[in-house]
Design a protein around this ligand. Structure first.
Ligand code: BGC
Length: 517
């Protein structure tokens, strides 16, 4: 049920969104473009956010389990993902929902501690293997291709106790885990992503306390995490190349996240420079070592962190250095560019902001982030709607790393506070996908797939169950965790069926109709 203030807000938001529509040049009807043949449509989820069954059948603890049991106040609703959407038991319903959407791909993640309860490959859980086998089999019988992420943030607690990604030994442990996964599931899984959003994970979890493990070793911890997570990615990629690719013939990539960085004032060179600096030090920090011709961290990141560290009195830079062999191992270590995108920020230069920890990736970057008050803010505090940013970002990635590397949008979706009449989410998807189509057809970008985030409402990290991203509504109060399709699910199904966006397929209700909802 929507409260009256929520109705008013949503009504205003819908009016706002039609303003955004006019930027596209069409206010209704089908979009100008249909999706290319072979374009991959999918939906994405992550193990910790949906599976539940946190300690069932011998599953080990992940660092998110441990952290949330220790800090019940971390989320606004004092929640955790012990049960979540209970997909461990309800995976058949999930597959039926995916099938109903008509998509051919499902991006899921393996819970590392469900497969290897201690994190190490000396103990492989039979129940864990059985669960993922059953899930993959169910997907296959529905003609849905699995796309599997190895690490979506739920590190086994025993490995976290050793320092997690700040410890170089993790490169070996990750390679061992990847070997187990490739061995067990590689006969049917042909598309892998090693890591999900290492930037969010390292920046929020090691550089601050916004995410678990909340180490807050700002200025040092996030760079160690970034460094070893990148090396772990490369180790898994080469392992696949050497031991599995000849027989399994699959693809291995990485998923990186990126906000679009829009200069606050387009006519100010310093804002344009700040936006570019932000992109290099956030996306480039991960993408340059892997996708650029030269490899290694971007020059600007190397120079800034080196000189600021020196100035602060450190003997060596807080940003670790790759050996020439490591630069080589990382360069080219991905068969596609997995890109997650949600929102845009306005960028301007700054030498100090009160929200920054000093030193940190933020202060090293020296860019202030804001959002335009005119942009619609439908849910989470960090989230505003600016569809044009998506096209710009896809173009930026293409210009930086070349058209040869296929881009797969591994996540895109909208946060709100719930309900099945999610008309704003319908518009969000229509508008963002329309921008992606323009990037493909008008700008020649090589985007080969799109995964909506997310299949159903789930545990949204810091926001608990308050912020929702699902195409399906989940009644978390019901023992059955009942799932109901939202308007956005019906709309997405139509896009996938027709391979076209029809902006009129789901009509926005008039204010009078709206009040009856
Ligand atoms: C993550 C998801 C998360 C989503 C929305 C991405 O950062 O990969 O796990 O739920 O964004 O916040």
């Amino acid at each position: 049920m929507l409260s009256s203030s929520r109705v008013a807000l949503l009504g205003a938001a819908l009016t706002g969104l039609s303003l955004v529509c006019s930027v596209r040049g069409a206010v209704g009807g089908p979009s100008n473009y249909s999706f290319p043949d072979g374009f991959m449509f999918g939906v994405a989820t992550a193990a910790y956010q949906i599976e539940g069954a946190w300690n069932e059948d011998g599953k080990g603890e992940s660092m998110w389990d441990t952290f949330l049991h220790k800090h019940p106040d971390y989320t606004p609703d004092r929640s955790n993902a012990d049960v979540a959407a209970d997909s461990y038991h309800k995976y058949m319903d999930d597959v039926a929902m995916i099938k109903d959407l008509g998509v051919e791909y499902y991006r899921l993640s393996i819970s590392w501690p469900r497969l290897l309860p201690n994190g190490t490959d000396n103990n492989i859980s039979k129940a864990g293997v059985r669960y993922y086998r059953k899930l993959i089999k169910e997907l296959q019988s529905a003609n849905i291709t699995p796309v599997v992420t190895l690490f979506h943030w739920d590190l086994p607690t025993p490995l976290m106790d050793l320092g997690g990604w700040a410890n170089p030994i993790m490169v070996n442990y990750f390679r061992d885990y990847a070997r187990v996964a490739f061995n067990l599931f590689g006969d049917v899984v042909k598309i892998w992503t090693t890591m999900n959003e290492p930037h969010q994970h390292c920046y929020n979890g090691y550089g601050s306390d916004y995410f678990a493990p909340a180490i807050k070793s700002h200025g040092v911890g996030e760079y160690l995490c970034i460094h070893y997570i990148l090396l772990a990615h490369a180790a898994a990629y080469h392992l696949y190349d050497q031991e599995f690719r000849p027989n399994q013939k699959g693809k291995v990539g990485i998923t990186l996240d990126a906000f679009w960085a829009k200069p606050k004032n387009n006519s100010k060179p310093e804002d344009i420079e700040a936006a570019e600096r932000y992109l290099q030090m956030h996306v480039g920090l991960f993408a340059h070592p892997i996708y650029s011709k030269e490899g290694d961290y971007p020059d600007i990141a190397r120079k800034r962190v080196d000189s600021i560290s020196l100035h602060e009195g450190y003997t060596r830079s807080r940003l670790p250095t790759f050996s020439p062999e490591e630069v080589n191992a990382l360069r080219g270590s991905s068969d596609f560019f997995g890109l997650n995108h949600y929102t845009t920020f306005l960028m301007s230069p700054s030498s100090w902001e009160k929200t920054w920890l000093i030193p940190s990736l933020d202060s090293d970057t020296g860019v202030k982030l804001e959002q335009d008050a005119k942009w619609i803010k439908p849910g989470a505090e960090w989230f505003s709607i600016y569809p044009q940013g998506f096209r710009k970002l896809i173009n930026w990635v293409t210009n930086q790393y070349g058209k040869e590397i296929p881009i797969i949008i591994t996540e895109n979706g909208m946060s709100d506070f719930g309900g099945i009449n999610d008309y704003l989410r319908v518009s969000y998807y229509n508008e963002y996908m329309a921008q992606m189509l323009m990037a493909i057809y008008e700008d020649g970008c090589n985007v080969q797939g799109y995964f909506a985030w997310t299949l159903m409402d789930d545990f949204e990290w810091k926001d608990g169950y308050v912020s929702k991203f699902g195409l399906y509504y989940v009644d978390f109060d019901s023992p059955e965790k009942t799932r109901t399709p939202k308007q956005s699910a019906i709309n997405y199904r139509e896009i996938v069926r027709t391979r076209r966006i029809n902006f009129d397929f789901i009509k926005k209700p008039s204010p009078a109709q709206f009040n009856k909802l």
